[in-house]
Design a protein around this ligand. Sequence first.
Ligand SMILES: Nc1ncnc2c1ncn2[C@@H]1O[C@H](COP(=O)(O)OP(=O)(O)OP(=O)(O)O)[C@@H](O)[C@H]1O
Ligand SMILES: [Mg+2]
Length: 361
Amino acid sequence: MFVKKLILKNYRNYEDLVFEPERETNLIYGKNGQGKTNIVEAINFFASLRSHRVSKHRDLIKYDEEFASLTLIFENNEREFEAKITLLPDERRKMELNGSKILKNSELIGLFNAVMFSPEDFLIIKEGPSERRRYIDIAISQVKPNYFNTLVEYNKVLKMKNKILKEEGNYSELIDVYNEKLASLGGDIIFYRNKYIEFIKTLTDKLHREITLSLDKFEIKYESCIPVSDRRSMQKEYLKKLNKIKSKEIFGRTSLFGIQREDIGFFINGNRVREFASQGQQRTVILILRLTQAEYIKEIKGEYPVLLLDDILSELDSERRKYLLNEIRNKQVIITSTDKGSFARRKNTKLIHIDNAKIVT
Ligand SMILES: Nc1ncnc2c1ncn2[C@@H]1O[C@H](COP(=O)(O)OP(=O)(O)OP(=O)(O)O)[C@@H](O)[C@H]1O
Ligand SMILES: [Mg+2]
């Protein structure tokens, strides 16, 4: 996967930007607040169809402007695509692929793959389970559009069920209909989530040892809402659980069970990282999560995603930095930093200086 060109209009602090990265390492450097992160955020938008920093379009549209548009020309397995997203202040978005309008997110998601390492990643460890579900959901959706569709459908049905639960009246049969749907979709989601975790598990041990040069044991656990088995049995079990708590849900007027409550646990030597690990250990876990996400994409798509490293090298100690820089060889990487550091001497590196929303070199 390669970004050939990014064109921004009225996106964040950019009135007009044309950015053409090289196929290997690209370093975007400049002072604080000039627009470095905005560039990688815009590129990553095409992979996850959201900003990693804000949820409202309004925040992404340049102040006092009526719309923002982002165009990405990229190569996916040697085929060229042009995707365009226009963000409107009323939260609607227009999308085009190779000049034709598209209506659904699912037509775009998965076409462009990127993995972003960002300062916000610490939320995956520190925050509640929803951040960890977001991580896994975006990771899988990027390569399995079916998973994305299933998730969208599940959330739709869950919303309808919750709405009904809030209302007065005799809706018991309707709840049964929703529960059947939720069990069928939920079972599928657990199946995919488990497969993803099983895949990254095969790599984490080795990565952890290589990064930390220690014998500490790193573990990742899928804390699923029902025991993992084959898809059909999971759907049955899911329905059984839903039926069992149905009266409790009606009494409490809210859903109490399902994939919207799952979590992923990270452990070092048996201790939960969120509670016990040092800052450095937490950073290692994040590195592992992002590197394995890239490997998963490579495994399924046959090609590495574009790697976006937003201001994270300065946070790593020299060992971890060296490790990461070695890992990203022979892939397209776009790095942001406030200074050029040792990159000025690195081979195959393009330096891009950003000053007040303009490329100046
Ligand atoms: N909707 C918007 N309209 C105009 N400008 C915006 C908008 N949103 C953010 N900005 C501006 O964009 C700039 C921040 O850009 P960005 O986060 O890319 O900076 P950066 O170069 O990564 O800085 P740092 O080195 O501090 O991380 C800020 O000056 C901010 O005021
Ligand atoms: Mg930044």
